[in-house]
Design a protein around this ligand. Structure first.
Ligand code: UDP
Ligand code: GLC
Ligand code: MN
Length: 331
């Protein structure tokens, strides 16, 4: 149906990687629906080019930020104020019905049957099952509902500082009114659910149709060894999604998305997370226009840490640090 679409949001280049894998996974499972991505103004041109290849519509939207640091800090997710931007999806009135999917979701099978559901259908949130998780939901674009949602934000705010709080308090009969609005959990399977109830995952996990990499650490925060087909730096703590799904994300990203990124970036240096340590050094050495940061440890030790998959992802070797080096080179 031309007037039905999957919709996602990527306000920056990192979430755009998630959006690329999401689109590729939907296409790999032969969706008949249109694909639409809402992006922020800061998404880089080469990234937009790849999104244009994978999506039927790439729409630049104003980023809406709740600025609700109090509630967001309760979730320890200060960066999620921008999820208010998701509400723009109700303005897509060129479509009669849409399914919103977070950019950190991965589709494992054809899910076009979701369009048989009505607004507002969603799966239970693993943290509080009388709330729905707003990472996957069915809705009908409407300027009237859009206006009411914005008024709701202004008058009532969000109990979690993000879109999920607003949507649950606006669509506040979800928990009790109509069970057909409850999507089966297999349409929004998150890591928390896997580890908090492992026997259920063993029993039902094979039916999973959508995996949701819910939480602070996203697939793109890891690095991938394409030779050994393994994800590096994968922490062993329970919040890590089932290793198989993370590997599937990276296999799809490296096999289908990275080649498109290489075409778009041309000879501009960029990092995908699939590079070997040598390749990263090569790219970083091309980039350093400023004196390299004084290493807290010797480069030999850093190389050893990288090779053991223990790079300081959240600190010196963080993607943002390397991206900053690349950006300074590009400037
Ligand atoms: N998002 C975005 N930029 C951000 C944060 C979030 O575009 O800086 C979008 C993206 O589609 C993401 C969704 O908002 O998937 C919800 O954020 P996230 O998935 O990180 O929340 P979680 O599911 O981990 O609670
Ligand atoms: C939830 C959802 C996510 C939403 C966020 C902020 O955990 O997974 O989609 O954006 O909280 O409300
Ligand atoms: Mn998410």
């Amino acid at each position: 149906m031309a007037d039905q679409a999957f919709v996602t949001l990527a306000t920056n280049d990192n979430y755009a990687k998630g959006a690329m894998v999401l689109a590729q996974s939907l296409r790999n499972h032969n969706t008949s629906k249109k694909l639409v991505v809402l992006i922020g103004t800061h998404v880089a041109d080469p990234v937009r080019q790849v999104l244009n290849r994978l999506y039927d519509e790439v729409l630049v939207v104003d980023v809406l930020d709740s600025g609700d640091t109090a509630h967001l800090s309760m979730m320890k997710r200060p960066e999620l104020g921008v999820t208010f931007t998701k509400l723009h999806c109700w303005t897509l009135t060129q479509y009669s019905k849409c399914v919103f999917m977070d950019a950190d979701t991965l589709v494992l099978a054809n899910i076009d049957e979701l369009f048989e559901r009505e607004e507002l259908s969603a799966a239970p949130d693993p943290g509080w099952p009388d709330c729905f998780n707003s990472g996957v939901f069915v809705f009908r674009p409407s300027k009237e509902v859009y206006g009411k949602l914005l008024t709701h934000c202004e008058e009532k705010g969000s109990f979690d500082g993000g879109d999920q709080g607003v949507l649950n308090s606006y669509f506040n009969t979800w928990a009790t009114e109509d069970i057909s609005k409850h999507l089966p959990f297999i349409y929004n399977l998150s890591s928390i659910a896997i580890y908090s109830y492992l026997p259920a995952f063993k029993q039902y996990g094979k039916e999973a149709k959508v995996v949701h990499f819910l939480g602070k650490i996203k697939p793109w925060n890891y690095t991938y060894d394409s030779k050994n087909k393994s994800v590096k730096g994968q922490s062993q703590d329970p919040s890590t999604l089932h290793p198989n799904y993370l590997l599937q994300w990276w296999e799809l990203f490296s096999s289908s998305v990275v080649p498109m990124m290489k075409e778009s970036y041309g000879n501009q240096p960029f990092l995908t997370g699939c590079e070997s340590v040598e390749e990263v050094h090569e790219i970083a050495s091309k980039v350093h226009s400023q004196a390299p940061l004084p290493p807290q440890i010797s480069s030999k030790e850093r190389q050893q840490q990288w090779e053991q998959g223990q790079a300081d992802y959240m600190g010196m070797d963080s993607f943002d640090n390397i991206q900053r080096k690349l950006d300074s080179f590009l400037k």
